[in-house]
Design a protein around this ligand. Structure first.
Ligand code: ATP
Length: 239
């Protein structure tokens, strides 16, 4: 039969006072896949991810992860279950070094040896971080900061890496680097949920794409088989 999804979001509702930012979101993420969430500004993408991490309270709906209901779990417990959230605009600790930021990403772990091994693995994934080990995170370039944010997320050894607009504000070349890395991380076994403003790039990379508008999914498709008409309709604002 069909495999159970790693993540399942059912009838999610999130409000800011009277504003219904997420209004009945339905979404599934299969283990091992890359899934993108795209949509215009204000569609509710960031709000959905923030609710998934447990930082924003829901006004309705259920979230299941790895076969269990996590709807009422505290954010830290979700990290322990295997969900790592790389937030929008990076949110690193600017006055701390690259290394210190990586160590912070492993705060839920106590296996010192494993943590050191993973720091080495992060430097292999992003060699530039190794060159900048002692540098304050706040003085890194935008692309380097994004690499560090992703690496910090990976330091909790997540099964699901959730990324909010990892290419925002980056040069075309750096966008390619980041998206290639996303693919590499996925090919090493981590499931990825991505919010991306570069919809076409996201569709190319993903196994499944959800298009959001006004707090709900208005269209979904298999990334590899994305209908060019869908991409066109997306840009015309028709979906
Ligand atoms: P973008 O691509 O512009 O980041 P988004 O799809 O991530 O958009 P959200 O940031 O989730 O959208 O916002 C969804 C809606 O909720 C918008 O109408 C936004 O104005 C509103 N909203 C977001 N954050 C707050 C907040 N803290 N207080 C009140 N309203 C908010």
């Amino acid at each position: 039969g069909t495999p159970l999804p790693l993540l399942e979001i059912a009838d999610l509702h999130v409000s800011y006072g009277r504003i219904r930012a997420v209004d009945g979101l339905e979404m599934k993420v299969e283990a091992g896949s890359i899934v993108s969430l795209v949509g215009s500004n204000g569609a509710g993408k960031t709000t959905s991810l923030t609710a998934l991490s447990g930082i924003l309270p829901l006004s309705g709906g259920r979230i299941r992860f790895a076969g269990e209901d996590i709807t009422d779990l505290a954010p830290e417990l979700r990290v322990r279950r295997g969900i790592a959230h790389v937030p929008e605009r990076r949110r690193l600790l600017p006055g701390m070094s690259v290394r210190e930021n990586l160590v912070l990403g492993s705060y839920i772990r106590h296996d010192r040896h494993g943590i050191e091994q993973d720091i080495t693995a992060m430097v292999e994934l992003f060699p530039i971080l190794g060159d900048r080990f002692a540098q304050m995170a706040g003085t890194l370039s935008g692309g380097e900061q994004q690499m560090l944010a992703i690496a910090r997320g990976l330091m909790s050894r997540p099964s699901l890496l959730v990324m909010d607009e990892p290419t925002m504000g980056l040069s075309p070349k750096m966008i390619d680097v980041i998206l290639d890395t996303v693919q590499q991380i996925n090919s090493q076994g981590t499931t990825v949920l991505l919010v991306e403003q570069n919809a076409v790039e996201a569709m190319r990379l993903s196994d499944h794409v959800y298009i959001m508008r006004l707090g709900r999914v208005v269209h979904q498709d298999l990334g590899a088989k994305i209908d060019p008409e869908l991409v066109k309709a997306f840009y015309m604002g028709e979906v």
